[in-house]
Design a protein around this ligand. Sequence first.
Ligand code: GCU
Length: 730
Amino acid sequence: MAQYQLGRRRLLQASALAFAAAAAPWIASTASAARLVDEDGYDLWLRYPLVSDADRLEQYRRSLTSIARHGDGPVLANAEAELRRAIEGLTGHTPADVRASKAAIVVGRVQDSAVLRSSVDEDRDFRLREQGFVITSVGARNGRRRIFVIGHTERGVLSGVFHLIRLLQLHTPLSKVSTRQNPAVGLRMMNHWDNRSGSIERGYAGTTIFGWDDLPVISDRHVDYARAMASIGINASVINNVNADADFITSGMLDKLAPLAALFHSWGISLWLSVDYASPLVLTTDDEDPIATADPADPRVRQWWSAKAGEIFSKLDGFGGFLVKANSEGRPGPLDYGRTHAEGANMLAKAVRPHGGKIVWRSFVHEDFSDWAEYQYRTFAPLDGDFDDNVILQTKYGPIDFQVREPVHPLFGRMRRTHQMVELQLTQEYTGHAMHTCYLAPMWREVLSFPTQGPVSGPTVAEILAEGSLRKPCTGIAGVSNFGNDHDWTGYQLGAANTYAFGRMCWDTDTDPRDLAEEWVRMTFGTDAKVTRAVVDILASSRETYEAYSSPLGLGYFTNPGGDHFEPNPRATLFQSHHTTAEGTGFDRTAATGSGFAGQYPKAWQDVYESPDTCPDELLLFMHWVRYDHRLRSGSTVIQHIYDTHFQGVEEAHRFLLAWRALAGRVDGQRHADIEAAFTAQLEHARLWRDVVVGFYFDYSRRVDERRSWFQVALGGRRVLLGGRANLLP
Ligand code: GCU
């Protein structure tokens, strides 16, 4: 890991220098470049530069002259402060603090003010829910506009305020800011995989932002983290790794965490902790009378957890509950004592219930490679209905492990009497770390809109997450965070597009990923239409590009399983994720002749996945083993498709670099150079992917590429491809 970081940084630095030398004269001759102040990405999308459109600036200055707030809680105070900060930045004027009856902008809870109540126009179709909000813009006689931001709860008002700020950042006319919104799901949660040592599991942006050893002192970074999360609607944050260290719930650590929880709470975010299931055993070993078990049926274990839950809830303001990884990848759990996952989860659920807490229990469990995809379903499907009401089952979007393409997990459609959350991954563990631009929102959208019962039979995953179980609503979406202590938070500037889109998509699961990309680009880089178009185009196609040069047709996991999941190595997962031979490739996961995974779906999906003739091409090699000359819908053979996509993917990565270069002078120099360096490094690494995978398939298949010529040589122990007569290598 450390070695990789070093290598990556060196690559980035080298390409940054090369670019600076090549581009400097051109930049110097660009008039607008002088006006763009260098930025390092720290402000993320929360940038409030003076509005560049003169008419809009004039309108904002004329109308946004004062703010009145109803209510005194800390969340509302933060909402007001952020609104002031935004308006000051965007207009250059400081809004006055006045009485509600006069104010240009009034914010608060509907129940706290008659002025606010009278401004909500009655709309029977809209029921303002707990965390929803209404923004109403009304024309006043003097030609100005008045704006009301209203919610039932402080969190609702805060979301409304951030939404208004977003509209102002996007230079929306004030006559068009009226809106009424409820979040799609109740729990919109970040999962940080931050370790007690400060490192981050699968983190590519430095060490933890939480600075455990400096707590209880609250830093600017803590505050800015909370602001950023609140701004995109996140309302829960699990701050430590699912491979949990029991130390996080010791009394000493809880004292350190208390101010962090209070800070989160003041931004409408509940702090959660991942817990080690064996905590009662681990944390009492030095006691006079240690508890030598973590068996959920043992009365001392139950009592220990109840007391611990009491302590945690009393120390941490707004604490949410526990996230648990049990009996997975060597972690302890109820199975160690002959109990089921439901029995294990329910014991913890009872401990937190008196405090209104919840347990999020992960279904990511597996035993060996032969039934990796099937094991989770086999383990959890029989437990549907057995979990307590304050337990939520958190399932990764696909059955393998955050690959660039996986079928949507069959558990979602199966566990209808269990509360469920989907687990997405923002940190790009298998999708290029902090080097490859890979905007994941299009994939998340596919997952959320997947009809669980068959190609045309709902409910979709999003509907299941929004409605909760058939028993009662209790809903959520979780994402493994990509934040770290690097100055730009995500390790490469464009990585924040994933963070932004995640929060916004949790709020509105129907949003178009392209629209979210556009919002993010405009808030991050300004309103230059050329920049917006170019970056949105790159982001929108980046996932397919990554897929093309890494592992098309549902082949996934072409990296070393025990390693960093970054360097291409299809040989390392032979048998685990594909059975490549001289005749063909893929993995037979059919019910008829394979591992049986396709049979875990409802009949209508089984019918689709079970045959290579009906299986969608993009999942073909996930579900089937086929011969190299198998024809895809495009008419191409599988082997030719593998060759073509790898070459095309690299061409696309090259196009990204050129498109970005063409924006020199339109983005500040510092960020332009940073991103240029990242695209240069991505292109290099994409070439490596192409060379390794194409080489691997040629080795096994001995089929010649029909469209281009290249030949293989072994160079310094590494297999590389050299361009042939067509000179197709960019
Ligand atoms: C992956 C990842 C691990 C992580 C695990 C999990 O296997 O590589 O680092 O702990 O997922 O989600 O629990």
